[in-house]
Design a protein around this ligand. Structure first.
Ligand code: FES
Length: 111
């Protein structure tokens, strides 16, 4: 079962093989920033892949087009930026995403 470490909150969640990064976090009770609700069109969920890129399914054309249009081709070519709602995991991954928090938690209540 893949393990997802999310920084800077520094939490680790386990997820079924093939789950997306965002779904894994949501199922563990975490809020992940989104505007489109996981449809792959807003880029609010975009995160940086720090470790485990080889454990991710390759970026599809739709994800690549959305990231390129909204965040610039150069950031996509660099290869570390992914849409968390579209990126499926098959092994351990570490990502950085600002704004992830325990669902329902006040920002002041986070350790
Ligand atoms: S949640 Fe909108 S693109 Fe991922």
């Amino acid at each position: 079962m893949p393990r997802l470490r999310i920084l800077p909150l520094d939490v680790i969640v386990e997820a079924p093989d093939g789950d997306t990064i965002m779904a894994s976090a949501n199922e563990a009770g975490l809020y992940w920033p989104t505007t489109c609700g996981g449809q792959g069109i807003c880029t609010s969920c975009a995160c940086s892949i720090d470790e485990g890129a080889d454990s991710l399914e390759p970026m599809g054309r739709s994800e690549k087009r959305t990231l390129s249009e909204e965040m610039g081709e150069a950031r996509v070519v660099a290869g570390r930026l992914r849409l968390a709602c579209q990126t499926r995991m098959h092994g351990d991954v570490t990502v950085t995403k600002l704004g992830v928090r325990r669902a329902g938690a006040s920002l002041l209540a986070i350790d």
